[in-house]
Design a protein around this ligand. Structure first.
Ligand SMILES: NC(=O)c1ccc[n+]([C@@H]2O[C@H](COP(=O)([O-])OP(=O)(O)OC[C@H]3O[C@@H](n4cnc5c(N)ncnc54)[C@H](OP(=O)(O)O)[C@@H]3O)[C@@H](O)[C@H]2O)c1
Length: 203
């Protein structure tokens, strides 16, 4: 698949390298001139050319970037990996929650994009091909477009994930706080290789 990734931080680079390992054609849309030898381009050009785009920028920039690229993202599957983190007070807080979410703001900013929330409840090191003793961890997703969720589910299963669909994009209201639970485990244990798994009666 031709995949564009918006953002060249830890998430953007981890996904770019991981997807490339799986044979996808990947380009990072970034303002940077160079990103660790990875293929890059201007965000608008990368978004327009991709079959699937991952939004992996700082939470505070996500809504505005999605809005500025709304035309390029029209009809495109947009995987929203962002979290609405505000670290200005020391310990991280969410700048939106309960009755709205960053996932919903991104969807409203780019109404033609087929937004699927994913990847926001796990650290970047595990995002592609997670290896854990308990087996594949669960990636929780949400979005309003079933075909887009089917595409993302396929990509996630191919890259080592069990997938749990929580419904529409408003599931971001529950998924974004889960990132703080993931961070709390790391802060208390000093290790960052953990991931959530949903245990079901049917196994
Ligand atoms: N780090 C993790 O393990 C992890 C896990 C789950 C979810 N997340 C979420 O994933 C997102 C990316 O996280 P990260 O750790 O890779 O990087 P980050 O440090 O949160 O963000 C870096 C990226 O944000 C972009 N950015 C910052 N300000 C911008 C602006 N004004 N306009 C456009 N782009 C802007 C930069 O784009 P350029 O490339 O153009 O410089 C850069 O690539 C965040 O929302 C984070 O909460 C992170």
């Amino acid at each position: 698949m031709r995949i564009g990734i918006l953002g060249s931080g830890q998430v953007g680079q981890a996904l770019a390298r991981g997807y490339a390992r799986h044979g996808h054609e990947v380009r990072i849309g970034t303002r940077q001139a160079e990103v660790g030898g990875l293929p890059t381009g201007p965000p608008a050009e990368v978004a327009a050319a991709a079959e699937l785009v991952v939004l992996a920028v700082r939470g505070s920039a996500a809504e505005a970037l999605a809005g500025s690229l709304a035309g390029e993202l029209d009809g495109t599957v947009l995987v929203d990996a962002t979290n609405p983190l505000d670290a200005s007070t020391g310990s991280p807080q969410l700048f939106v929650g309960h009755t709205d979410s960053l996932g919903e703001r991104v969807q409203r900013a780019a109404p033609g994009a087929r937004v699927v929330k994913a990847y926001n409840t796990v650290g970047n090191a595990l995002m592609v091909d997670p290896q854990l003793p308990g087996g594949p961890p669960s990636m929780f997703i949400g979005g309003d477009d079933q075909a887009a969720k089917d595409t993302v589910t396929g990509l996630l299963r191919d890259t080592g994930w069990d997938v749990v669909d929580l419904g529409g994009i408003e599931a971001s209201r529950w998924l974004e706080p889960m990132c703080l639970a993931w961070v709390a485990v790391g802060a208390r244990t000093g290790t960052w290789g953990h991931a959530f798994r949903l245990l079901r009666p049917e196994g």
